[in-house]
Write a protein that binds this ligand. Structure first.
Ligand code: ATP
Length: 241
């Protein structure tokens, strides 16, 4: 039961030199839905996100919002409404929380939009902790707060598609739960989400649809509720026999 796709990836391949890291991957994200890509370390999950947004050259097609791109260009994809929260967060440690957020709206500012108060108010409503700490340097935030800031910064651009690369990486279970609760809340704002995770349990609990990526290939897909009970997924990714 997939909504009309906001993103459709067809036969996407990426190679680092002679080594192929992604092989003819197909994937769809329905409008307003949360789609997850799970899989082990090194499966090619980050590579897939980088290729979709145009940070890496690729073969295949990326159809975003009705437009088809072959090896997309990152500026166009971002201007078109795609946003990536990278695994390493990539915050500016010496800048304040507020200034990091403002940077997330920069490309909209460049294209004539001047209203950053409204998206900032929305981000603060979602993450009250960031509002309390808005004058604090990003480097002094806790791990969970840094992830909140990275997501908040991405939301400042009012994306149609938000891509999250391992938001739970390095976070304690309690904070992970909080981040996933927020991801679930985001769905009600209408943004579509592509969530890459090694934490299969948390990802499958929040997602509508899921793909399993292994050594660069999609080996399984289906509604998240079904994959959660699939014996192969249980065995390999959920640590149950
Ligand atoms: P992780 O969760 O560990 O990041 P992943 O599923 O995101 O795993 P990728 O980071 O996409 O996996 O890596 C896929 C494969 O491509 C791995 O074998 C990795 O070593 C390789 N790889 C990634 N980046 C590069 C690079 N810049 N140059 C060469 N090989 C790379």
């Amino acid at each position: 039961p997939l909504n009309p796709p906001v993103l459709e990836v067809r036969n996407l391949s990426v190679a680092y030199g002679k080594v192929e890291a992604l092989t003819r991957a197909n994937l769809r994200v329905g409008e307003g839905q949360i789609v997850t890509v799970i899989g082990p370390n090194g499966a090619g999950k980050s590579t897939m996100l980088s290729a979709i947004i145009g940070l890496l050259r690729s073969h295949g097609q990326v159809c975003f919002d009705g437009r088809v791109a072959v090896s997309p260009e990152v500026e166009r994809m971002v201007d078109g409404g795609m946003s990536l929260v990278p695994e390493k967060r990539e915050l500016f440690g010496e800048m304040s929380v507020e200034d990091n957020l403002l940077l997330g709206a920069f490309h909209r500012y460049r294209s004539g939009e001047r209203n950053y108060r409204e998206p900032m108010a929305q981000v603060f409503a979602l993450f009250p902790r960031l509002q309390e700490r808005r004058r604090q340097r990003a480097a002094t935030l806790s791990g969970g707060e840094r992830q909140m800031l990275a997501i908040g910064r991405a939301l400042m651009g009012k994306p149609r598609l938000l891509m999250l690369d391992e938001p739970s990486l390095g976070l304690a279970p309690l904070i992970t739960r909080e981040i996933f609760r927020i991801v679930a809340d985001l769905r009600s704002t209408g943004v579509s989400i592509l969530l890459v995770e090694q934490n299969a349990r948390a990802a499958l609990a929040v997602a509508d649809y899921a793909y399993v990526l292994e050594t660069g290939s999609v080996v399984m897909e289906g509604p998240a509720a079904r994959l959660r009970h699939d014996p192969r997924v249980l065995d390999t990714y959920l640590g149950l026999g």
